[in-house]
Design a protein around this ligand. Sequence first.
Ligand code: FAD
Length: 665
Amino acid sequence: MALDSKIPKGPIKDKWTDYKNHINLVNPANKRHIDVIVVGTGLAGGSASATLAELGYNVKAFAYQDSPRRAHSIAAQGGINAAKNYQGDGDSTYRLFYDTVKGGDYRSREANVYRLAEVSANIIDQCVAQGVPFARDYGGLLDNRSFGGVLVSRTFYAKGQTGQQLLLGAYSAMNRQIARGKIEMFNRHEMLDVVVVDGKARGIIARNLVTGEIERHSAHAVVIASGGYGNVYFLSTNAMGSNVTAGWKVHKKGAYFANPCYKQIHPTCIPRSGDYQSKLTLMSESLRNDGRIWVPKNLEDVKAIREGSKKPTELTEDQRDYYLERRYPAFGNLVPRDVASRAAKERCDAGYGVNATGEAVYLDFAASFERYGKEQAKIQNISNPSEAKIKELGQEIVKAKYGNLFQMYEKIVDENPYETPMMIYPAVHYTMGGVWVDYNLMTTIPGCYAIGEANFSDHGANRLGASALMQGLADGYFVLPYTIGDYLADDIRTGKISTESSEFEAAEKEVTERIEFFINNEGTHSVDYYHKKLGKIMWDKCGMSRNAEGLEIAIEEISALRKDFWQHVNVPGTSTEYNEQLAKAGRVADFLELGELFAKDALVREESAGGHFREEHQTEDGEAKRIKEFQFVSAWEYKGEPKDAVLHKEELAYENIEVKERSYK
Ligand SMILES: Cc1cc2nc3c(=O)[nH]c(=O)nc-3n(C[C@H](O)[C@H](O)[C@H](O)COP(=O)(O)OP(=O)(O)OC[C@H]3O[C@@H](n4cnc5c(N)ncnc54)[C@H](O)[C@@H]3O)c2cc1C
């Protein structure tokens, strides 16, 4: 099949406007004859459901949680980007576009990204109108902060709870439509297959997770907004329930999957504490606005800290290596996530990790306490403040900005981050790959769309911080509601789609048989046993460092593990009750297939990109050599020397990376 991205012709800045002016529309009276299924009610699916219903379509929305309010989007802490230029620091639509493409290692689809940057400002207006309590400055204007990989402040935030507040906004918009009967909400329902009739997506098979009933639901179009699949690694910053099933099922029915092997590795997570952990916790990237990242300069100090005979606070400035500030002076601690993650791993691999596992670096706020404290002392007219007073004043400012994150850290690590630096380490975070979509956000199955983190299109190999919320809401509020009309315009006379067809029958049968297998299989190992084993293979061989030999072994190991799973998995309970293990068995079965595709994709990509090093071969001195290849997918700005060469060249010099530059139209 030839992939057609359907990118409109014309200058990049005019594409979206021109396109909207010429696509098909469905008139308001006809929209009420059209049904749309939305799988997922996080920020992407919630905003899409509310907007499609507001436009007049009949929406059926599905979520496996007990309420849309509990979608994983609620976890988002740091903020949402928008090119508003409220700080007057030189931001623009173009700059947000440029930063996003560059941050994604030039693997994003540029036309989509430009559109994303264009509609970003509308998102903030929409959310403010809904009552989302974004942080404001002293004068009452919306406040901003910075995230990695950019030189402006364009991130809007609500303390460390931005996702939660945005989700409450989308949820209220949904509720208005639920009350009007325009959205039928199916909580605690899991989509287990998509139904394709005459080549078009016409419905889904869902399981009521409370009663176990298998249900058929039809519609004229199906939208997948099921979020990311970071949990293929077992340990990730994602919610425990996050999974690939919806995306994987549409893939198995013919939708292409793009870049499955790209994962975002987030640099600031609480380090793993041991083998019996089921979850990793993110510390928001916003902390890098005020926290400085370092490891000791000398290995003796590392040893003393690990043994507990020295505290990090006892090290003087010249005994510390602020390695990001040293390597990347222009961006300092706010380099993009992939760069920060690789640098932390490099330092820890070299033996400078500061905790017992050797996998931790410091994130230190002492300098900010002092800086803010001195400023506050001036503002409050306190002459000759003591060091303790300065620290106290500074801590109050930091607390106001990130108080809940500091509290969360203390609860998990049992150390007070106001008194000792936080410890952080990279962890699996955002899903860069996903279901392939065209400019309309349609997959290769006509009538089946994918939005938000579930699709692949906007962030390339590495997403810049605060851009996922922006993309989910752009897709749901401002892009899909237009593009889906172009397709649905042909369906105004189709009438209700029957669920009594052989296609629904066959899909339901397959789903039922799989559930019966799990319940009846008298296996010996729990679902988690397999999930954990898969996660270990993924992290060890398809994680930050990859090489051909390891990936080939991973493919064999995953395949063997999958065979074992289908023979020996044990699922307790019945299929007619709320059975979390049963639901998880289906999700892990899909992870076991995705994992293999993931490794195969990584194997054929002889490149380093985003958070992944491709180690090509052993050099004479035994060091693995890393290859980095820049792709300029379309040369929208490439005239000889790329503008971003500064950051990448500095980085390459430190990482012993061989650069192969390629440019093609
Ligand atoms: C800890 C953390 C912090 C983050 N902080 C930020 C931040 O500050 N800024 C930022 O921009 N991004 C942040 N992100 C990323 C961002 O939160 C997510 O990318 C984004 O919220 C995903 O939204 P979504 O709507 O695509 O998916 P989700 O919010 O994950 O929603 C998925 C929905 O799909 C449903 N679903 C899934 N599968 C099925 C199925 N088979 N059947 C039925 N329903 C299904 C779920 O029930 C849910 O409703 C953060 C991520 C994490 C993990």
